[in-house]
Design a protein around this ligand. Structure first.
Ligand code: NAD
Length: 490
């Protein structure tokens, strides 16, 4: 489907920050180009803001907080219902904007909008989520109770790969809890963030409750240093997540930092291979592999390997590659640098003697405009090889062979990452062993992307997560609130 991107209205050429309910010139001397990765065409210029803009935004959020925290919780929920309706009303244009700046195909972008709306819906349930607990008689005539309160100003730092869903993991729930928010979206996908802010204003939220400051590292550093920021939600690559966690906590802030991944899918000999291949292909090559829940490694158990690799190769041969607005399945990578990095890993796989079954470099789209790479499949990959170990974040799938389930689980558990893992089998015994022994936070059985919905926590660990409380669900409410305990005798 072709949809015109008309909704970057505030921002067509030089993007502004959204501070205190106003579109504000960044004052930045440096801008970066925002391009459509499918064409290389220029969409906008994004400012790389500095400390002064962060200070303005945090001050606006702090001022707004003094009143927003006192808005009764059911009224806060009503603002969210209005926001949810505006997102629904603008669903198609939001999806088109995601495809334009991120490159994922329109259907996937449409699904991403749904994931974002679900977060707003979850946050709108805040009256019951904010409730405390009481015990009327901890001693004779003495009662005790827990009350829940917002923290203050929260900062959010988000990646390019889910321009809508990931910001929506953060600000709707934080704001529902009574906090005010400063969002620094990815400088590679800033348009959608501005559109979210625009609709937020239309929903009638008071100025300053949500602010957007565009930029990169300098904005984040200024966030660490601002005393009024009480907590930071971060989602992005592993090294940056570790840095944000260490620097943020050293500055006395509460930090949750969701990081990279290398998700394994185990295929058992009894698996329904048609289902397994369909799901693996979608999970490995959907969004061009640029998903933290992407399937990056398949572990083929027993004698299933040859048949599985043959079926995967056939599926890749039929895959359409091109602009996501034109009903192609596999879109571009976000930038040339990301494509170069993927090419480097293909070379590394060859040097380490993995068997290149399908070489995406030879796909005709890899030659033209945009940052395309055809689907790539390696077989005979061994744990320890770089293409097994590192997050490539591209349409490159590795197949490892294992003799049995115990060995397959051991392969997956050697990974430094622990976001997701899947198993394909009809055996309850195998599923139980997988569930009990696998070292990953989000598990799938006979499906490809076991990303939890907004009312559950997004639950990675090891190098996939830094912190204690995860994003979304009750963890999210805990993260964005603090508690007071009162003990009283009358
Ligand atoms: P990235 O780490 O490059 O950028 C993420 C954010 O951090 C951006 O806003 C960016 O401007 C900022 N940033 C970058 N370098 C920084 C620095 N040195 N100091 C401070 N801030 C910095 O990540 P990306 O390429 O935008 O996103 C892809 C990564 O995000 C992948 O690794 C993916 O697995 C991960 N991710 C993880 C999850 C999850 O839930 N675990 C979800 C989505 C994406």
């Amino acid at each position: 489907m072709k949809l015109a991107v008309t909704d970057a209205s505030e921002t067509a050429v030089q993007l502004k920050n959204y501070i205190d309910g106003q579109w504000t010139e960044s004052g930045a001397g440096v801008f970066e180009e925002v391009v459509n990765p499918a064409t290389g065409g220029l969409l906008a210029h994004v400012p790389l803001s500095g400390r002064a803009q962060v200070e303005l935004a945090v001050e606006a959020a702090d001022r707004a907080f003094q009143e927003w925290r006192q808005v009764p919780v059911p009224r806060r929920a009503r603002y969210l219902f209005r926001y949810q309706q505006l997102l629904i009303d603008n669903w198609a244009s939001l999806a088109a904007l995601i495809t334009a700046e991120n490159g994922k195909n329109y259907e996937e972008a449409y699904g991403e909008v749904q994931r974002g709306i679900e977060c707003v819906e979850f946050a709108a349930g805040i009256p019951s989520l904010m409730m405390g607990t009481q015990l009327p008689d901890i001693a004779t005539g003495v009662e005790s109770g827990m009350y829940r309160y917002p923290l203050g100003v929260i900062a959010g730092i988000t990646p390019f790969n889910f321009p809508m869903m990931v910001p929506c993991w953060m600000f709707p729930l934080a704001i529902a809890c009574g906090n005010c928010f400063v969002l620094k979206p990815s400088e590679r996908t800033p348009l959608l963030a501005n559109r979210l802010a625009e609709l937020f204003g239309e929903a009638g939220f008071p100025p300053g409750v949500l602010n957007v400051v565009h930029g990169a590292r300098d904005v984040v550093t200024a966030m660490f240093e601002h005393r009024a920021i009480k907590a930071i939600s971060f989602v992005g690559s592993q090294p940056v997540a570790e840095h944000v966690y260490k620097a943020g906590t050293a500055a006395g802030k509460r930090v949750q930092a969701l990081a990279g991944a290398k998700n394994h899918s185990i295929v058992m000999p009894d698996a329904d291979l048609d289902n397994a291949v369909r799901n693996i292909v979608s999970a490995a090559f959907g969004s061009a592999g640029e998903r933290c829940m992407a399937c990056a490694v398949v572990v083929a158990v027993g004698d299933v390997g040859d048949r599985l690799v043959g079926m995967l190769a056939d599926a890749l041969d039929g895959m359409s590659v091109g602009d996501g607005m034109e009903q192609h399945f596999l879109g571009p990578l976000i930038r040339q640098g990301n494509r170069d990095r993927a090419l480097h890993y293909i070379e590394a796989g060859l040097l380490e003697n993995a068997r290149l079954v399908r070489d995406g470099r030879t796909h005709p789209k890899s030659e033209g405009d945009g940052y395309f790479l055809g689907p790539t499949l390696f077989d005979d990959v061994k744990p320890g090889m770089r293409i097994w170990q590192d997050e490539i974040f591209a349409p490159v799938l590795a197949v490892v062979r294992a003799k049995d389930l115990t060995e397959a689980i051991a392969v997956a558990n050697r990974s430094e990452f622990a976001n997701g893992a899947c198993i394909y089998t009809d055996s309850a015994k195998a599923i139980r062993q997988f569930r009990e022994e696998i070292d990953a936070g989000m598990l799938g059985v006979n499906l490809g992307v076991p990303a939890p919905m907004a009312f559950f926590p997004f639950s990675g660990y090891k190098k996939s997560f830094y912190g204690d409380l995860h994003a979304n669900g009750r963890d999210g409410v805990e993260f964005y609130t603090r508690k007071k305990m009162i003990t009283a005798r009358y």
